[in-house]
Design a binder for this molecule. Structure first.
Ligand SMILES: [Zn+2]
Length: 341
């Protein structure tokens, strides 16, 4: 009988160096979660993700890879990782990342300003529903991003056949433009799947039901769902440190700065809208996008938080000539990589 993937997943971490084992301690059995009801949510989520990953479509641009398994990691660090091992492509998210996201989405869902901006009732069940929908979108985005690292063959040195990037923490590792282009590619492919699933696919109906928005017009439903995608992904990006940028330092980051990641993935989201949903693209104006993000920032950060100021500085930098040059190079590298698949 073959060994189940969750056992191989657990063994992988136990075979790492002692310092690595201190950070990644193995598969998490979800017995010690602090948030009530979270275990059931996570088990359902895992089942849904593994079902979706098992029904992967054949795509000519995908590099060949073994079947997927998604699981949770007991760890001291917030992170999401993708690696290939013993006949499987594994995607793992650590429990600290899950708990941080859950807390963050809970905070957003209780913001009266955000509920009102989204046209949602400030009732307890709607607020709870909003927290869950945002959490689901963020986790699907994270998993789709890691999935892309595998199916687009973004391998780096380190673990054999693996990508063990620090998706949240800044470990001081100096990256480069080509690495950033792979992260932008992962974001772009991830948002493409999110748009397809949430606006035109299997997740749409449940999202609208928990928010009690089944009876509004289709266009209003699309607007709401697209706005929720922006809020969830914007919130997730706020977990990473927000560096101040200049024409030199921007090229040394491991991931593009947040404002550039959003810029790059919105290109793909808007292109998806043009193909599938006509004028939804025009309704997601820059002004509306900025309003959503500024509500997210004020729900998550104190007004005097330096990350808030650094984010605004990033936006200003990307509008400068140096910033535009950087964005152009990032886009070119990302598109060249995609064309090479
Ligand atoms: Zn990544």
């Amino acid at each position: 009988m073959s060994t189940p993937p969750e056992v191989l997943f657990d063994r992988y971490f136990h075979a790492q160096t002692p310092s690595m084992q201190q950070i990644y301690q193995g598969k998490d059995d979800l017995e010690c979660l602090e948030i009530p009801g979270l275990k059931e949510i996570l088990l359902r989520l895992q089942q849904g993700l593994n079902f979706a990953l098992a029904n992967e479509r054949e795509v000519p641009e995908h590099r060949s890879h073994p079947p997927f398994h998604f699981d949770y990691i007991r760890s001291s660090l917030s992170n999401a990782i993708a690696f290939r091992h013993d006949g499987y492509s594994f995607i793992g998210v650590t429990i600290p990342l899950i708990e941080t996201l859950m807390t963050l989405c809970g905070r957003l869902s209780r913001s009266i300003d955000l509920l009102s901006l989204l046209g949602l009732d400030a009732a307890e069940d709607i607020s709870d529903g909003l927290g869950l929908v945002l959490f689901h979108i963020a986790i699907f985005f994270i998993v789709s991003h890691e999935y892309t690292h595998i199916v687009h063959g973004h391998s780096v040195m380190g673990f054999e056949g693996s990508t063990l990037r620090h998706e949240i923490h800044d470990d001081g590792y100096a990256g480069g433009l080509s690495e950033q282009a792979l992260e932008a590619d992962a974001d772009s492919y991830a948002i493409y799947h999110i748009m397809g699933n949430w606006i035109a696919g299997v997740e749409r109906s449940e999202g609208l039901t928990v928010l009690n928005r089944n009876t509004i017009s289709l266009a209003d439903q699309d607007d709401l769902l697209f706005s929720l995608v922006v809020v969830a992904i914007g919130a997730y990006f706020m977990l990473r440190p927000v560096p101040q940028l200049d024409a030199e330092s921007v090229y040394k980051l491991s991931h593009p700065p947040q404002a550039a990641r959003l810029n790059s993935l919105m290109d793909t989201a808007i292109a998806w809208c043009r193909q599938n949903r006509g004028d939804l693209a025009q309704r997601m104006t820059e002004q509306w996008f900025n309003r959503l993000l500024s509500h997210v920032a004020s729900a998550i950060w104190e007004a005097n938080d330096s990350r808030h100021q650094n984010w605004m500085q990033q936006v200003d930098f990307l509008r400068s000539a140096d910033g535009a040059e950087y964005l152009g190079k990032l886009r070119t590298d990302r598109d060249q990589y995609r064309a090479s698949l």
